[in-house]
Design a protein around this ligand. Sequence first.
Ligand code: G3I
Length: 334
Amino acid sequence: MIMGLKDYYKNYFPVGVAVNTHSIKGNEASLISKEFNSITPENAMKWAYIEPKQDIYNWKDADSIVAFAKKNHLRIRGHNLCWHEQNPSWLFVDKNGNQVSKDTLLQRLKAHIFRVVNRYKDAVYAWDVVNEAIDDDSTKFLRDSKWHEICGEDFIDSAFVYAHEADPKAQLFYNDYNAERPEKRERIYKLLKGLRAKGIPVTGVGSQAHWSIYEPKQDELETTIKEFASLGLKVQITELDLSIFPWEKSRRKKNPNENDEYSDQLKAKQAAQYKMIFDVFRKYRQYINGVTFWNVSDKDSWLNHYPVEGRKNYPLLFDSLLHRKAVYWNVAQW
Ligand code: G3I
């Protein structure tokens, strides 16, 4: 038998990958079933995809991903139930275009969560219930989103309560990025501690892990895992990739002289970073119950389009021809 990542890590945690309807066909599909034992739909379960127009549902893509997972005996992480992005345009307004009330919005949230969670109840074992609610600005707490503007902080509590009612067995995650940066970590911790104190049914925290060869440092990563685990929460790495560029948030054009060569020096830095983070994941396996990569290979990484359209990135373990890169072995062998 040819071993895959899931086999190397069988005594540690499931190893997953974000997929779309292209990646579950052809060569990528066989790579996925060989290497991984869990998937996350990259976009297909987001609200804008499921219900683009009010009461008009589009289950096709999500259903085909779920069928693929069932056929290949893969776990499924559902992604996601409540987010400030990729929402349909009708969601926050009434038929006249006026902003809806808090009651109406929470009713819509409840109906949506019940509908989606129920449909995939026998397949999805964990949901990203609330995604990215903390502000990027370290002087602020919750992000200034339509959810926050209309509902105040209650939308977070409500989303978890509805998801738990819909499927009491599902693991329910709060999911966010830059969770290892101390100022953001503290705000995520504060949010989660508050949820736990109120008895809100949150079972885990997802660190998205859109990292780079520059961050996080080992002590930042270890502190984050220990702090979240100290709240009695499971910890998952939910959207892992290691960019060869420093983190940037705003979209911009590629500079004419911007170099996106995957040099030996960058490869060495990336190899060291991949080795370090998986050393840490194995060390804390008692708390970590899943590690998921965001996309299959460097060919299809979202980082080839974001934040700089057309700037090639090399963040994953498989190259554009779907071959294992040298860095694969920094993860698979220790
Ligand atoms: O499907 C349409 C296509 O019909 C259209 O022609 C094309 C033109 O731009 O857009 C296509 O939609 C794109 C979609 O991905 C599917 O490829 C959207 O423009 C694009 O914005 C969207 O990006 C997704 C992004 O979330 C949205 O913010 C990425 O694929 C997806 O990887 C990314 O995932 C997020 C997680 O959900 C949350 N954490 C961060 C992570 C990375 O941003």
